[in-house]
Ligand binder design. Structure first.
Ligand code: SAM
Length: 327
């Protein structure tokens, strides 16, 4: 009866459901967003803990089953079920999101939530273990990647609970983890498009030195193009994007990160399709400028795998001060 393609793995362990509820810190006044309620095992306990639950479910059969389950109970007036794809629908106001989601929407959903306004208090979400470990990874961890850096710019992320595959029916092929995501308030004053542009280049080969990454012809010519465009327009792109613009960038990001957000350098030979420093080219002045910025901040020998949020922030501001932009 369960659709594999919809990621239907039902939570069967009531103790685990209790533990998720307890760790969520739900208040009796909370409007709770649940994504993919399925048969409603989590939904029931969310209704007991909060003021109301809005549940978004793709599968009409599940929607029916859910409505049947709560029909004629005191819960039914506090439950609203929306049938549809959570990635395509407009989300209503909510204080907190608690969900056991289909793993194929992990990345776009995370950034859809983080682009939602007004910002919610926190989201407690079950992810595939590896995705969860990428979300919370710190500089120097093996799984530290563009997903870690971008998520942690916008939110504080904590690993809450390891969940074995046997807690689900049918059991999925992978283990899971519950993660808490708390949006930062206020959000850091960075232009998110620029931020991601820089982070993308740095993590293209996360174990290469920035000095060698920024010597690549493709990188230099991209940056030089931006540089010249801005100069021709005689404007320096704004230091701060407004919140609406930022939300749009954040939301779009989910699609470019992919569901498991594998780094580009995984499985690749380090020097493969890497454009080597080719000495004298017409970009050499500009190259000098770019490398000068790296030297100024002491970044030439650094690698993305070890850089903190503060390092990326500092590097971006040095580039911007030199008129070099990433979007
Ligand atoms: N919450 C239930 C539980 O813990 O027992 C079921 C979780 S199951 C992993 C994921 C649920 O999300 C399924 O009921 C599936 O039909 C639903 N779903 C899949 N894709 C969806 C989407 N794009 N939008 C909303 N719901 C979706």
């Amino acid at each position: 009866p369960f659709h594999k393609s919809k990621g239907q793995h039902i939570l069967k362990n009531p103790l685990l459901v209790d533990s998720i509820i307890q760790k969520s810190g739900i208040k009796s006044t909370d409007v709770i967003l649940e994504i993919g309620p399925g048969t409603g095992n989590l939904t029931k306990k969310l209704l007991e803990a909060g003021k109301s639950v809005i549940a978004v479910e793709l599968d009409p059969r599940m929607v029916l089953e859910l409505q049947r389950r709560f029909q004629g109970t005191p819960y039914s007036s506090r439950l609203k079920v929306i049938q549809g794809d959570v990635l395509k629908c407009d989300l209503p106001y909510f204080d907190i999101c608690v969900a056991n989601i289909p793993y194929q929407i992990s990345s776009p959903l995370t950034f859809k939530l983080l682009s939602h306004r007004p910002l919610f208090r926190c989201a407690v979400i079950m992810f595939q273990r590896e995705f969860a470990m990428r979300l919370v990874a710190q500089p120097g961890d093996t799984l530290y990647c563009r997903l870690s850096v971008n998520t942690q710019l916008l939110a504080r992320v904590n690993h809450l609970l390891k969940v074995g595959r046997n807690n689900f029916r049918p059991p999925p092929k992978v283990d899971s983890s519950v993660v808490r995501i708390e949006p930062r308030k206020p959000l850091p004053p960075v232009n998110f498009k620029e931020w991601d542009g820089l982070v993308r280049i740095c993590f293209n080969r996360k174990n290469k030195t920035l000095g060698s990454l920024f010597r690549q012809k493709t990188v230099l010519s991209l940056l030089e193009k931006n540089y010249k465009t801005l100069q021709a327009l005689q404007l320096t792109s704004e230091d701060f994007s407004d919140d609406k613009e930022m939300a749009e960038c954040v939301s779009a990001l989910g699609d470019t990160l992919g569901d498991l957000s594998m780094d580009a350098d995984e499985g690749k030979d380090d020097d493969e399709d890497m454009e080597m420093d080719d000495g004298e080219t017409k970009t050499s002045d500009f190259k000098h400028k770019v490398l000068g910025v790296l030297k100024l901040g002491g970044f030439e020998e650094k690698r993305a795998s070890k850089l903190s949020q503060a390092d990326f922030m500092h590097l971006l501001s040095l580039f911007n001060k030199a008129g070099i932009h990433f979007s």
